[in-house]
Design a protein around this ligand. Structure first.
Ligand SMILES: [Zn+2]
Length: 111
C-alpha cells in the first residue's frame, strides 16, 4: 500500500519532468519560428541580451581594496571611495584589484 503510493508519486514526478521537457522543447522550437514576436507574454529572464546583476548580489558585493559598497553603473561596478571600476562580463562581476586599477578614474571619488 505504502510502496504503491511511493511508486505512484515517482511516476507522477517522472511524468512531470517529461512534460516540462516537452514544453521547454516546444518553446525553444517556437522561439525560432516566432523570433521577434513575444506575444505569449512570457519573456525569458535571459533573452540573449545582456544579463544584469540582481540587487541581492549587488548588496553583498564590496570593493576588494577598501571593502566599501559598489554601485552598478553601465557595465561597471564603481567604488566611489577609491575610484576603481570593476567590469561586469555576462552578468558576472570581475572583482579583482588589478581590473579595478585598469579602469580607475579618480574623478569618481566622492569624499
Ligand atoms: Zn574601493
Amino acid at each position: 500500500m505504502k510502496i504503491g503510493r511511493i511508486v505512484g508519486l515517482g511516476l507522477l514526478a517522472g511524468l512531470g519532468v517529461v512534460a516540462v521537457r516537452v514544453v521547454k522543447q516546444y518553446r525553444e522550437d517556437s522561439a525560432f519560428d516566432l523570433a521577434p514576436v513575444s506575444a505569449t507574454g512570457s519573456t525569458p529572464a535571459v533573452s540573449g541580451g545582456k544579463r544584469t546583476i540582481s540587487p541581492e548580489l549587488l548588496e553583498i558585493l564590496a570593493c576588494p581594496v577598501d571593502k566599501q559598497p559598489v554601485k552598478l553603473e553601465d557595465d561597471f561596478l564603481v567604488c566611489h571611495t577609491c575610484g576603481r571600476k570593476y567590469p561586469v562580463e555576462d552578468g558576472i562581476p570581475i572583482m579583482l584589484i588589478e581590473e579595478g586599477d585598469k579602469h580607475r578614474d579618480e574623478s569618481l571619488i566622492q569624499q
